[in-house]
Ligand binder design. Structure first.
Ligand code: HEM
Length: 490
């Protein structure tokens, strides 16, 4: 019975595909090639000169005020559709995910050695295999089992923060990677100065800021920059690309080799990891499929590390900044923990449902400084939406920043107000920024369950054990500061 169902559904797909093509083409005939509104492009250059390449979401948000939820612009010859609302993002990226799940070509990915990150892989079979391998380890049921380890690592982070508070960024980074390294490779990071944490940090330091289409434009227009001899003026980008590639290769190969070498010992101790489990599975496969499978596994593993590192660390940095800037919020969250958990023990996941204010602090942290202010997809076929034609190959930008700054939904949006997520009875509202900060559709962040639990365990443990306050000078006076954000991919 099943085969005939499969055959029928395949036949149905063959019937639907040409039919939907005909529908799109006939709609296009009515609509013409009417593109969504946007600023007038210059010949050849398009709108490229109007974009703030460091913080492009600010330009997209200004355009949203003039042109609305859908804005179409051109960067050189490339069509770019900016989606400025959650409603349209869901209508296109979620509901029409078959069309909107590709990634744009970013000219720096390959030269900088970032091809081993499936977040950049085009929508197709290779991406599907990587995503499936990733999902087996990071789906909600499996991620649930990480919780005791996440709490343990969060407590270790506290001892680092107490011993050496100045290097809080480094302790957040070690925490973020310790969870991912353990789950992915079965590698247990040292409490401090771990060599693999240093390697990932160094690898990302060179490459991340070059991985956005706005920044990659230089290489797209002048690809010969990668061919200049090292002594020549303008060869800096080539040298950076080489250094980045070397470090990314090490980031992929070193922990993978570690798992291969320690597989027997780790499984004897009941420690499993994504790489070890799949390498065992691979043993049973026929020889011809092994190389493809191993390459996909390496990619899935590298992406788990890169996907975890800056994201989780940046959310914790935003949280620290919020606690320093809004001491009353910190006090209220600590008072909630004291009254629910008491002072004789530390919070665990069993307390989570009883700590709604802490939950609203987490939601507000994700909204207040969305660490991925834009997501980048691309269309793999033509589409028509709301009377507008959206061509195949368009870069589609989900402007999360604009969603987070919607003054009707979030009055005083630039202020940190966790209470906006609480109702009159002290419970949580239905508005959860996790519905947009992790992206949309088939490309939605597959690490979101692990990320949510890591961030919660870190936040609740820090609130229970440490106090964030501004640094003071020698005379005991508070040092005034202006927050600065470093932007790149995150
Ligand atoms: C709070 C922390 C995190 C945030 C806010 C976040 C956010 C995002 C966003 C916005 C995207 C792009 C989605 C889209 O294109 O629509 C993404 C992709 C991705 N994230 Fe996360 N992420 C976080 C943590 C993590 C963690 C811990 C992991 C790994 C365990 C991870 C793995 C990935 C991967 C693999 C992708 C690429 C998915 C694909 O292209 O198919 N992320 N994330």
């Amino acid at each position: 019975m099943f085969p005939s169902v499969q055959v029928d559904s395949r036949l149905a797909i063959f019937a639907i595909l040409p039919a939907s093509f005909v529908v799109i083409k006939s709609l296009q005939w009515f609509v013409g090639n009417k593109l969504p509104p946007g600023p007038v492009p210059l010949p050849l250059l398009g709108n490229v000169l109007s974009i703030n390449t460091k913080e492009p979401w600010l330009t997209y948000t200004e355009w949203a005020a003039t042109y609305g939820d859908l804005v179409f612009v051109r960067l050189l010859g490339q069509g770019v559709l900016v989606i400025n609302s959650q409603h349209v993002a869901e209508a296109l990226l979620n509901k029409r995910s078959r069309v909107y799940s590709d990634r744009p070509y970013v000219a720096t990915v390959k030269p900088f050695g970032w091809s081993d990150n499936f977040a950049f892989t085009s929508y197709g079979d290779e991406w599907r295999l990587c995503r499936r391998l990733f999902h087996q380890t990071f789906c909600p049921d499996s991620a649930f089992n990480f919780r005791p380890m996440q709490i343990k690592r969060a407590r270790e982070m506290i001892s680092n923060l107490i011993d050496d508070p100045q290097h809080y960024h480094s302790h957040f980074a070690t925490f973020s990677l310790s969870v991912a390294m353990s789950v992915t490779y079965g590698y247990q990071t040292c409490l401090r100065d771990d060599p693999l944490v240093r390697l990932v940090n160094d690898a990302l330091a060179i490459g991340t800021e070059m991985m956005t289409p706005e920044r990659a434009i230089l290489l797209k227009i002048f690809p010969f920059l990668l061919k200049l001899p090292n002594w020549c003026w303008g060869s800096l980008i080539k040298r950076k690309a080489q250094a980045s590639t070397d470090l990314m290769t090490e980031t992929t190969e070193v922990p993978f080799r570690y798992t291969k070498q320690h597989m027997v010992g780790n499984s004897a101790h009941g420690q499993f990891s994504m790489v070890a489990e799949n390498l065992q599975r691979m043993e049973k496969q026929d020889e011809t499929s092994k190389p493809l499978f191993e390459a996909a596994l390496k990619k899935a593993a590298t992406t788990a590390i890169i996907g975890s590192y800056e994201t989780t660390t940046s959310v914790l940095m935003a949280f620290a900044l919020a606690m320093v800037s809004y001491p009353d919020v910190q006090k209220r969250a600590q008072a909630e923990i004291d009254s629910v958990v008491g002072r004789d023990r530390l919070p665990t996941f069993e307390d989570r449902a009883s700590l709604p204010y802490v939950e609203s602090v987490l939601r507000e942290t994700l909204r207040w400084q969305p660490i991925g202010p834009i997501v980048l997809h691309a269309t793999s076929s033509d589409d028509i939406y709301d009377g507008y034609f959206i061509p195949k190959g368009t870069i589609v930008i989900g402007n999360i920043w604009n969603i987070s700054r919607d003054e009707k939904r979030y009055p005083n949006a630039s202020t940190f107000i966790p209470e906006r997520f609480m109702d009159a009875n002290g419970g949580l509202t239905d508005d959860d920024p996790a519905e947009y900060v992790f992206g949309f559709g088939r490309r939605i962040c597959p690490g979101r369950y692990a990320a949510d639990a890591s961030v919660w365990s870190a936040i609740v443990t820090m609130l229970a054990m440490v106090e964030f306050s501004p640094a003071k000078d020698d005379q005991g006076k508070v040092i005034e500061f202006t927050p600065q954000f470093k932007t790149g991919l995150i």
